[in-house]
Design a binder for this molecule. Structure first.
Ligand code: SF4
Ligand code: SF4
Length: 369
């Protein structure tokens, strides 16, 4: 039998669900939610679980990730209990629960998160200072004369293995939790494969449910955040492929153009959400946890420092180029190495939950038509 923990709600309130105790269970929020359905009915069910503190049922609920925080439920709650805020807070809590050794806790504590970010930044900076070339090219700006390809290759490899290990373990923990949910459908390998492709196209690449939930202006910036980051990653791989693996030279200008376009896209997406959270003009942006801010700020800075680096290089200013390169690398390191433990992880958990819940086959609008 599931354990009841009345103190649970106080922990979730610390993650942003301040008003949820006011809920009197009328069900209005579930009735109005555009993404709820007969298989996955939220947010009221999760409000009950949270108030009772039935943790196992919450970690086993894909419903957490089926919500895109449009805020419609919060706007229509007669008790102003902010059920959308609870869903967001539960996702923060779930990221901590799925984390190996509860490492993600470090990024959600008021003091521990700042200490961790400062330590990571210092470590990355020291790494660059130690491994840089002390005598780089000074007659023209050549970033790779300052930080060599071998170092970038080895550091990238170690970081990639680190991220892959934690991502896989976290996926395992999440899948184990979700399979405890009796409503999670059992499907044949063939159906799982089809579902996987549908999730990849509809939810990862096009983010259709986000559009259906959030007809307004947040859809495009959210898409921009994903595509901006993915495009910059691709551009980096291309440049690295040309320099290190001998990819054809014509890919260099392709990578350059790709980097500029997707860098702008990333800055637009991250900048939009930073402004939205600063304005606090709707229920979505009323409360921002520090983890929301840091995720957006690192994303924004990753795009911005990439541009600054390019501009200095184009102006042929060696030392400003090298310093911008170092700062860019520190930011990218912070963003990537923490990805399995921070808000970044939702990019993994949401598609996974949709896939296992069998919820990506059709969008709610398509079902209705
Ligand atoms: S959160 Fe508000 S709308 Fe939802 S069940 Fe509670 S009181 Fe009703
Ligand atoms: S925030 Fe939107 S998607 Fe999430 S539960 Fe509320 S109405 Fe549904």
């Amino acid at each position: 039998m599931a354990k009841v923990k009345p103190e649970f709600i106080d922990r979730v309130k610390k993650l942003g669900a301040f008003d949820i105790s006011a809920c009197y269970s009328c069900g209005n929020c579930t009735a109005i939610c555009p993404l709820t359905n007969e298989n996955y009915s939220f947010p009221r069910k999760l409000i009950r679980y949270s108030l009772l503190g039935i943790e196992e049922k919450i970690t086993a609920a894909p419903d957490l990730w089926l919500c895109y925080y449009c805020g419609e439920c919060s706007d229509s709650c007669p008790r102003e209990a902010d059920p959308g805020g609870l869903m967001m807070a539960l996702r923060r809590w779930a990221i901590r629960q799925y984390s190996l050794g509860k490492i993600a806790d470090l990024f959600y504590g008021r003091i521990s998160s700042w200490v961790t970010w400062v330590v990571l930044t210092i470590l990355a900076t020291l790494g660059i200072i130690y491994f840089r070339n002390p005598h780089p090219e000074t007659t023209k700006a050549v970033p790779l004369s300052f930080i060599g390809l071998d170092f970038l290759h080895n550091a990238g490899l170690v970081m990639g293995l680190f991220i892959a290990f934690f991502a896989l373990v976290h996926i395992f923990i999440m899948v184990k939790s979700l399979t405890k949910n009796p409503t999670t459908p059992r499907r044949s390998p063939q159906k799982l494969l089809v579902g996987f492709i549908q999730v990849l196209i509809n939810e990862v690449l096009l983010q259709k449910r986000f559009r259906d939930c959030e007809e307004s202006e947040r859809y495009l910036p959210h898409l921009a955040l994903f595509w901006g980051f993915a495009g910059l990653f691709l551009a980096t791989i291309l440049v690295f492929g040309v320099d290190f693996f001998g990819f054809p030279e014509f890919l260099r200008p392709v990578a350059k153009v790709t980097g500029i376009i997707f860098g702008l896209v990333l800055i637009y997406g991250a900048g939009y959400f930073i402004l939205l959270r600063l304005r606090r003009s709707n229920s979505y942006s009323q409360y921002s946890h520090p983890s929301d801010w840091l995720f957006l700020i690192w994303m924004f800075l990753a795009g911005l420092t990439g541009f600054i680096l390019d501009i200095f290089k184009w102006l042929n200013l060696p030392w400003p180029t090298y310093i911008a390169f170092a700062v860019h690398l520190v930011i990218v390191f912070n963003l990537l190495v923490t990805a399995p433990f921070t808000k970044f992880a939702h990019a993994l958990y949401r598609p996974l939950a949709l896939w296992l819940a069998g919820e990506a086959q059709t969008s709610p609008q398509e079902e209705a038509s």
